[in-house]
Design a binder for this molecule. Sequence first.
Ligand SMILES: NC(=O)c1ccc[n+]([C@@H]2O[C@H](COP(=O)([O-])OP(=O)(O)OC[C@H]3O[C@@H](n4cnc5c(N)ncnc54)[C@H](OP(=O)(O)O)[C@@H]3O)[C@@H](O)[C@H]2O)c1
Length: 321
Amino acid sequence: MKAWRVHELGEPQDVLTWDDVPDPVAHAGMLRLRVEAVALNFPDLLLCRGLYQDKPPLPFTPGLELVGTVLDGPRTGERVLASPVLPHGGLAEQVLVPEGSALPVPDAMPSTTAAGLLVTYQTGHVGLHRRAGLRAGETLLVHAGAGGVGSAAIQLGLAAGARVIATAGGPDKVAVCRDLGADVVVDYLAEDFVSVVKDATEGRGADVVYDSVGGDVFDKSRRCVAFEGRIVVVGFAGGRIADAPTNHALVKNYSIVGLHWGLYRTHEPQLLHTTHAALLELWHRGRIDPLIGAVLPLAEAPAALARLGERGTVGKVVLQP
Ligand SMILES: NC(=O)c1ccc[n+]([C@@H]2O[C@H](COP(=O)([O-])OP(=O)(O)OC[C@H]3O[C@@H](n4cnc5c(N)ncnc54)[C@H](OP(=O)(O)O)[C@@H]3O)[C@@H](O)[C@H]2O)c1
């Protein structure tokens, strides 16, 4: 079979090669899947660059979430949503996934949609509900709202009954956030989001800030977080990890909440399943629906990852073999 592999670290277009590799062999506890659709995530880019917190041995195949059809055993033919185990990620024609983490996909849900329902939505659900304790009626500020993580958080925030303010870079992405239903949208490349948030909340600020950008965006978020607000540190797409002055958290009575969804897979494996059930329920009720910005052939993985790194994508990019 074919798989994209990284042999040395660098930019995806320089380091990904389309290799012939042996078919994986199903064994105890692992399901062998034919990949139907694999969704890209910013961490795939960071993995190629060697900048992600997990550093798989070389050569490795990126790809953190996919829908595949089971090829062996009693579950043959079943479509599941799953995370493969690095170094053997999902940017391949076949993959092994741990049986216990394979999630059901409703018959009515296309594989391209389902592929986008794992990393960003689980992160959003756990981040907003469990880590930030978002309550109905609160104001949620979602940064980079047109991205994968951001678009999921807008939908989940609205589904939770929050008032959602989204930021995005440029008019096209602003329009995407509006279409997703955000109540207020700021082009944060052109406008100061701090004053927009303060104006929209009568000076109070946002109760929850969902920050996947970091750097200056985190620094400014501290200025428009509400009394007893929570800033959820989701990621650093902007490239700089901000320092948080703890005296500022004290004088404004807010919390800085770390979020690394992947850790729950070892700390509390059952959460994957209960969160998936909650997400499917929201999908059945029409409250969430992954924004699939592009569906491309798997052969275009390096170019697609490059576009992700250049802020050139909206929602999820899904690849199909
Ligand atoms: N904590 C967790 O468990 C967890 C889970 C999944 C992902 N993450 C993290 O969340 C972040 C977003 O991931 P994603 O998959 O949503 O990525 P994505 O779809 O590419 O969205 C990232 C967005 O960040 C904004 N951005 C701002 N500065 C940027 C820069 N210098 N380069 C690229 N993008 C920039 C862009 O939106 P604008 O153009 O609108 O600014 C971009 O669309 C990443 O840092 C990722 O590692 C964390």
